[in-house]
Write a protein that binds this ligand. Structure first.
Ligand code: SF4
Length: 390
């Protein structure tokens, strides 16, 4: 089996008690069946303690949280007592793997690191080096369907490479790159919806790849964007934020940042809003590579999942929504701190967004429904606004 990882994958190391927002607070940790059975038959006092702290629910077994939302095994020094007593091998698979995430396509496993971990966000965003990927082979039996030999899968992988090229083209603005992603995703969605013959779909995807590899075509597509009034873009951002306001809250720190940004949006009328956006762009300059990394992360993590359910468009919108919201939070923090904004603030916005959205199944489902139902997420509306804001 081929295993693919982003270049920073092996550099990750948990910061443990120094972590600014440990993954052992605020989340119900689901215990996999094999670990559950192991815990149930564990002897001694510690085995007893584990069993006392397992919650039985209809949807599975979970570790109990205390009244402050802390995992029952997280001690006062922010260290995991399971690791202290049993080593990493004693953990359930979720705790053992996090923040590693992966998806299998049969003979190919794509692994990554979740941005919801502050240390991963630090790794990803502290370097301007374009994200690239490495591969190795592992002797392992293939589980489930092997998609890797399908023509459609191969052409989609090629298209994703073309998309990475666009997202990492630093001659284009961030808004322009995000707009091209939306254009590509909406056409790809049409291809997937209109046809069921795999060969025909694959041919159309290849043609799409050729188009989006053509610099002249990209330029023409970007030149054709007329944009909209800034007033409407401010309303658009407010609309996105309003929707997020109704989602399940995973982390109190997210709520603080979110409310501060909402107030900032309300306070700054269109002309001031526009001026502050322009000044932030000047200030941030070359550091805008962080938004490129963010988009590449989302594309790597979600683009190929269309192979399981045919949904490309809502995943593309999730990516640009992350971009819009995080950027807006960045401008608000920068303005609130009188022009001071560094890597720490950036990392914070990145991991809080990821925790709030990517790691909450309910929020991901509601977001996908909203994207499909609300006209403001249709391609033209998104493209007009993206080129204004970013
Ligand atoms: S969030 Fe990341 S760095 Fe923090 S405790 Fe969890 S794995 Fe370690």
């Amino acid at each position: 089996m081929k295993v693919r990882v982003p270049h920073y994958f092996d550099q990750f190391s948990c910061t443990g008690s120094r972590c600014p927002d440990t993954c052992c607070v605020g989340w119900m940790i689901e215990i996999d069946e094999a670990s559950y059975q192991r815990f149930m038959s564990m002897e001694g006092e510690f085995g007893e303690r584990i069993r006392k702290n397992i919650l039985e629910r209809e949807d599975g077994h979970f570790f109990a949280l205390n009244e402050n939302g802390r995992c029952a095994f997280l001690n006062e020094k922010n260290l995991c007592e399971m690791v202290i007593k049993m080593g990493d091998a004693g953990l359930c698979s979720l705790c053992d793997n996090y923040p590693r995430v992966g998806v299998e396509f049969g003979d190919l496993r794509e692994m990554g690191l979740s941005l919801s971990c502050p240390e991963v966000s630090r790794l990803v965003f502290s370097s301007s080096k374009p994200i690239c990927f490495g591969e190795w082979f592992k002797e392992e039996e293939i589980q489930g369907t092997d998609y890797t030999k399908d023509v459609l899968f191969t052409s989609l992988m090629d298209l994703r490479d073309v998309l990475f090229g666009i997202l990492q083209n630093r001659e284009l603005s961030i808004g322009g790159r995000a707009s091209l992603y939306i254009m590509m995703a909406s056409r790809l969605q049409n291809i997937l919806d209109e046809d069921s013959d795999e060969m025909k779909m694959s041919e159309k995807v290849q043609k799409l790849s050729e188009k989006f590899s053509d610099g002249g075509y990209l330029k023409k597509s970007l030149d054709a964007i007329k944009g909209c009034r800034m007033e409407l873009s401010r309303e658009f951002v407010k609309g996105v934020m309003k929707f997020l306001d109704g989602l399940e809250i995973v982390n109190q720190k997210w709520l603080d940042l979110f409310h501060m940004t909402m107030e900032w949006l309300e306070k700054n009328q269109t002309d001031v809003y526009q001026e502050k956006h322009e000044k932030f762009r000047e200030f941030y300059g070359e550091k805008e590579y962080v938004y490129e990394h963010l988009m590449v992360y989302y594309v790597y993590r979600y683009f190929m999942k269309m192979i399981f359910d045919g949904d490309i468009y809502s995943r593309a919108v999730l990516c640009v929504m992350a971009l819009v919201v995080i950027h807006e939070m960045n401008v608000a923090v920068w303005d609130g701190q009188k022009g001071s904004f560094g890597l720490e603030e950036q990392i914070r916005a990145m991991y809080l967004f990821s925790k709030e959205i990517e790691h909450c199944e309910e929020n991901m489902e509601r977001l996908s429904e909203e994207i499909w139902e609300n006209v403001m997420y249709q391609p033209q509306s998104l493209i007009d606004n993206l080129t204004n804001i970013l």
